[in-house]
Design a binder for this molecule. Structure first.
Ligand SMILES: [Zn+2]
Length: 175
């Protein structure tokens, strides 16, 4: 797990106060977790507040994964961002709750990689499409998008023809 070594924070030797850690997450990180999406890049900015009895950690994650677009099937760079906060406290036994992580008394370091990975994956949308028409970097397959547009215009026409016909039937019935 060499790729994840850099994410280990020596919590006991940090002084009380605020610390920041900035990382660039790349493919080797995602591969270390055998992620479903193992191509991508993220900037991760961590604000680490050490207090006497606990640690407060804010994660700010911005980047993209590479995935097939659900709309045009092309490989796209899908933007992903997430901001999350966690509180670390010490307890007799290590366990995790929603936003509180209990570390076992005497634990001297904590590796943040697992949390960063979870926050990235939680932010991946179910439907992976990109609104790339409005961006400079257009990675969708424009030809396929054009065809899809035509199909939906045709469907709209059919729909309005249908509702017009229904209206006429109604009008005739009311006569
Ligand atoms: Zn697309």
């Amino acid at each position: 797990m060499e790729a994840l070594k850099a994410y280990e924070i020596p919590i006991t030797s940090l002084h009380i106060g605020t610390h920041t850690f900035d990382y660039v997450v790349k493919n080797d990180f995602l591969k270390a977790f055998e992620a479903q999406y193992d191509q991508g890049q993220f900037e991760v900015n961590i604000r680490f507040e050490k207090k006497h009895s606990m640690l407060e950690i804010d994660f700010e994650i911005n980047g993209h994964i590479e995935t097939d677009c659900d709309r045009c099937m092309e490989v796209i760079k899908l933007p992903i961002s997430n901001s999350r906060s966690l509180i670390f406290k010490f307890a007799e036994e290590a366990r995790e709750e929603e936003e509180i992580v209990y570390l076992k008394h005497g634990q001297t370091e904590v590796n943040l990689a697992k949390f960063i990975y979870e926050f990235i994956m939680l932010a991946v949308p179910l439907r992976k499409v990109k609104d790339c028409e409005s961006e400079d970097y257009k990675d969708c397959n424009q030809k396929i998008l054009d065809v899809l547009d035509e199909v939906s215009i045709e469907e709209e026409k059919e729909e309005s023809a249908l509702s017009k016909a229904l209206k006429e039937i109604n009008l005739n019935q009311n006569k």
